[in-house]
Design a protein around this ligand. Structure first.
Ligand SMILES: NC(=O)c1ccc[n+]([C@@H]2O[C@H](COP(=O)([O-])OP(=O)(O)OC[C@H]3O[C@@H](n4cnc5c(N)ncnc54)[C@H](OP(=O)(O)O)[C@@H]3O)[C@@H](O)[C@H]2O)c1
Length: 254
């Protein structure tokens, strides 16, 4: 299937490692131009170098999305350098943690406000694009079923699903689609589950047992889902929450 991504301009936050980086690779492999950010400049430069090997235009800046002005400047700078924005993947998260109020503020600021600020910055650029636009917010299965403990992470990831749905209605007449994707556990070297396997093997193993195929998702699997949802070939999908978890969650979705 040709995903019709060649020549589209896609921005991905937090794309120097893990899921964000693989999404950037998959989009680049389909011919999209890429704009990325993360906090560590050396990692951004290294990722941009790799992305350029796909024979596309790739740009990147060191930017902490907590800094609203720097974040907006990164979006506007990418739009200028790439010649517009067609796709936005909001991928950065503050991650989980049990440190009560500190984590609630951090997850609100990074997960929720980070996505809201990103959308508010990219949508004016998408309105100018011929083919409209596509926004994907990266949520988590932690948002849709009881997981681990009542962490801020779980609730703030849930807020993203509602925001994506409502935004999709608001911008739909501009041919902009908005969806959220909930990855289940994704295993990769240096990732959260790799770390958990070392520090809490019983928890890692009990999580694995909940996945019918007995294997967590891979970077390539989750990035393929996001790439399809972001692409024009998913033109019927807007306001949806896509759970991509190999059966990890147990609720029936209607
Ligand atoms: N891994 C999983 O199993 C899993 C499951 C469900 C959902 N998710 C979600 O998927 C997304 C990606 O997770 P991941 O596991 O791939 O994360 P990761 O490996 O920790 O990568 C995070 C990326 O974001 C960047 N970053 C972190 N804080 C930032 C900030 N304040 N400003 C700008 N960039 C920042 C990091 O680079 P710097 O450190 O240099 O900034 C890095 O590039 C997250 O939203 C996560 O909640 C993951």
């Amino acid at each position: 299937m040709n995903l019709q991504l060649r020549g589209k301009n896609a921005l991905i936050t937090g794309a120097t490692r893990g899921i964000g980086r693989q999404i950037a690779r998959e989009l680049a492999a389909e011919g999209a131009n890429i704009g990325i950010c993360a906090r560590a400049i050396e990692d951004v430069q290294e990722a941009v170098r790799e992305l350029k090997s796909y024979d596309i235009h790739a740009v990147g800046e060191a930017c902490n999305i907590r800094d609203a002005d720097a974040y907006r400047a990164w979006v506007d700078g990418c739009a200028e350098q790439l010649g517009g924005i067609d796709i936005f993947i909001s991928n950065v998260s503050a991650g989980g943690g049990f440190d009560s109020e500190k984590n609630w503020w951090k997850n609100f600021e990074i997960d929720v406000l980070g996505s809201v600020r990103g959308c508010e910055a990219v949508i004016p650029h998408m309105e100018k694009a011929d083919g409209g636009g596509s926004v994907v917010l990266i949520s988590s299965t932690n948002a849709v079923e009881v997981f681990s403990a009542p962490m801020a992470y779980n609730s703030m990831k849930a807020a993203l699903i509602t925001y994506a749905k409502q935004l999709s209605q608001y911008v739909g007449d501009k041919n902009i689609r908005v969806n959220s994707v909930c990855p289940g556990p994704i295993y990769f070297e240096g990732g959260a589950w790799d770390m958990l396997k070392d520090v809490n093997l019983p928890f890692y193993e009990s999580t694995l047992r909940k996945i019918p195929r007995g294997e967590m998702g891979s970077l390539k699997e989750i990035a393929s889902v996001v790439t399809f949802i972001a692409s024009p070939r998913a033109s019927l999908i807007s306001g949806a929450n896509i759970v991509a978890d190999a059966g990890f969650t147990k609720r029936v979705q209607f």
